[in-house]
Design a protein around this ligand. Structure first.
Ligand SMILES: Nc1ncnc2c1ncn2[C@@H]1O[C@H](COP(=O)(O)OP(=O)(O)OP(=O)(O)O)[C@@H](O)[C@H]1O
Length: 266
């Protein structure tokens, strides 16, 4: 499998009034095409910075970011993004919000095709019938569903998500995890998910990348062998196999925070 994302020796420091703040240090990371990478690490270690570099919104001081065999030098249209608080345009309907990336990336696409593509995704995530509502008429979970549709409507090379489920209640979050799997089953894509939730990282990720404390480097990579076949089931999170993966990740986070690993979980 080819690597869709290849991050090679990336080092970056922000310029601040108190001098440079080193954030990433010789970070290497690869995500094969079609894989879902979850990135976890201590608060403030540089996770969001990493997403900005992959999207081409910033350039690293040193090192290279490659997407689909091309060196990233500027913002990429072929990246889809979703954040904790979806930014929706209130003067547009949900359907018009979802269509927006197509207007930018595929201006010559007939409007009936744009609409059909957006409706296909909206019905997949259970929002059929809400397409003519305004964003403020939807719940937070519904808005996030619509925002995921908008992030992949133009079939981006990679979907980057920065804590997209962080502001949702636990039940809605688990619903959205399942929606994420349905979207991938329908139309496989490569994804990078930043999260603070280790269960989420194991439920959604094919690999979980643990970043060290700032300046961050890749400290540990867990290959997730999720129990069961086909679409992942939430019950799988309560198996000994998942408990062990979660214990490993918890230990790695403690190490990244400069603390002692915890006692073994049985
Ligand atoms: N534009 C900027 N200028 C200066 N410092 C910045 C800038 N953006 C981020 N930082 C600092 O860089 C460090 C890493 O920030 P970043 O947002 O990448 O971390 P994070 O791991 O995503 O954080 P969190 O887990 O809290 O969301 C933080 O200390 C932050 O304050």
């Amino acid at each position: 499998m080819d690597n869709l994302i290849d991050i090679k020796g990336v080092t970056h420091a922000y310029k601040t009034p108190n001098g440079p703040l080193p954030v990433l240090d010789d970070l290497n990371l690869t995500v094969p095409e079609g894989e879902f990478a979850a990135v976890v690490g201590p608060s403030g270690c540089g996770k969001s910075t990493l997403t900005r570099l992959v999207a081409g919104l910033m350039k690293p001081d040193r090192g290279e970011v490659w997407l689909h065999g091309e060196l990233v030098k500027s913002p990429r249209k072929t990246v889809g993004m979703a954040f904790q608080n979806p930014v929706m345009l209130e003067w547009r309907t949900i359907l018009q919000n979802v269509i927006l990336p197509l207007e930018i990336v595929a201006p010559s696409m007939p409007s009936a095709d744009r609409k059909a593509r957006a409706m296909e995704l909206l019905s997949l995530v259970g929002l059929e019938g809400f397409e003519n509502k305004r964003p403020s008429e939807l719940s937070g979970g519904m808005r996030q569903r619509a925002s995921l549709c908008r992030a992949i409507v133009h079939k981006p090379d990679v979907l980057i998500m920065d804590e997209p489920f962080g502001a949702l209640d636990a039940f809605t979050r688990e619903d959205l995890w399942q929606t994420m799997h349905q979207l991938r089953a329908n139309e496989p894509f490569t994804a990078v998910l930043i999260t603070h939730d280790l269960r989420e990282s194991v439920y959604l990720g094919d690999q979980v990348i643990v970043l060290s404390g700032r300046p961050a480097t890749t400290q540990f990579v867990l290959d997730v062998g999720y129990p069961g076949e086909g679409l992942r089931q939430l019950d799988g999170l309560y198996t000994p196999q998942c408990a062990e993966m979660l214990a490993t990740l918890r230990d790695q986070i403690r190490i990244a925070q400069g603390r002692q690993p915890g006692p073994a979980v049985h």
